[in-house]
Design a protein around this ligand. Sequence first.
Ligand code: UD1
Ligand code: CA
Length: 447
Amino acid sequence: MTDQAVALVVLAAGQGSRMLSDLPKVLHRLGGVPLVGHALAAGRSLDPERVIVVAGHGADAVGKAVAKLDPEAQIALQEQQLGTGHAVAQALPLLDGFEGKVVVLYGDTPFIGADTLAALVSHPADVVVLGFEAADPGRYGRLVVRGDKLDRIVEYKDADEATRAIALCNSGVMAADAGLLRDLVGRLGNENAAGEYYLTDVVGLARQEGRSAAVVTCDEAETLGINTRTELAAAEAAFQARRRDEMLENGVTMADPATVWFSLDTFIGRDAILGQNVVFGPGVTVESGAEILPFCHLEGCHVSAGATVGPFTRLRPGAELGGDVHVGNFVEIKNSVLAEGVKVGHLTYLGDAEVGERTNIGAGTVTCNYDGVGKHRTVIGAEAFIGSDTMLVAPVKVGNRAMTGSGSVITQDVPDEALGLGRARQVTKAGLAKRIMQALRAAKGKA
Ligand code: UD1
Ligand code: CA
């Protein structure tokens, strides 16, 4: 790592017209989060002092998404997309007073690794460009090097045949001294084949001033950019493959890794066991030794050590499962805290609830948490027993070691150690079933 301060500039103003989408390209999701979130996460590994995202197309939506991903990030508006150099120029006012290294990333390039960025910023040259040997150099900018020095970057459109024959290409990622970048970006012109302000021209300008420029190389896979839905789907497959390998290497057991889907921030502890067909949305942590049985969907939740979940469980944001909790089939849990040893075996909805230690929730229990306008809480104590098919009409409390009778609609608090019953009293009519059957059969015979 470098001892210099780092500022991050993420370029995300482009339309991404080849996505054929109303959604700005960088908001299409990969690993459960918007594409731009991947660049921000990689950049965060540099512990940046400032984070600036340059937005243009769909800037409002991009701004909102970025605020969620990184509340400290700032947005620079680029109203017209006049090139990558122009995009960086829009970020300069937000870099006022900053001294150190500016790292430029693209919002649509999700796979740049933390190690690669660390190598980039720790290189001593004034301008450092991340390059790669392209299998098919296509329309990438070409890096013209002499020895270990980078002379200039030539865009494909402006390159002659000899330059196009170079296989060393520009990824677009660049690190440069802040003062130098400010000066050079201000001097960029647009007299080139595209009529754009090229960020890549800062290399040639720096060299003319006697400043140093160099290339750090990485694997081509890291520089993969997303331009189409096909590329997005391929990137998702690559992302999942990588995450599955990481999980296995970190000591997670998976019966069929290809059917388990992770998000960028999924954390699974060692010795956790994941069954087939499990999907992790954003914000999930699963502690060591927990088991997620097949066909579960988890998002924004925490599963503690020793808990078992599924098969067929849905854990939604705010579900907090304590140690040794058991949640079974066709159970949905949202914004609810289940203390240690709670059992919710079957066919249940718990929303906006709190459940004390070792309480048992019977099959078919529903917290009626929404009255059509507001949400209300259900609080259940420790070692309570909620009878099957209990409707808990919130706000409502059930005390410690209390019970509710099966089929109850509980609208009033049940104190500690009390039984709450809220259902019609049973009536039994001797012989009536037989008489009804006979009458029905007789009617059918006549017809
Ligand atoms: C750029 C590089 C090229 C490199 C390639 C790698 C330049 C001039 N060329 O070319 O050397 O090989 O990336 O993929 O830099 N953007 C803005 N505002 C703009 C223009 C672009 O925010 O005005 C953003 C885009 O949203 C995108 C990124 O910058 O995320 C790159 O833009 P793009 O148009 O894809 O650059 P290329 O022409 O592919
Ligand atoms: Ca591109």
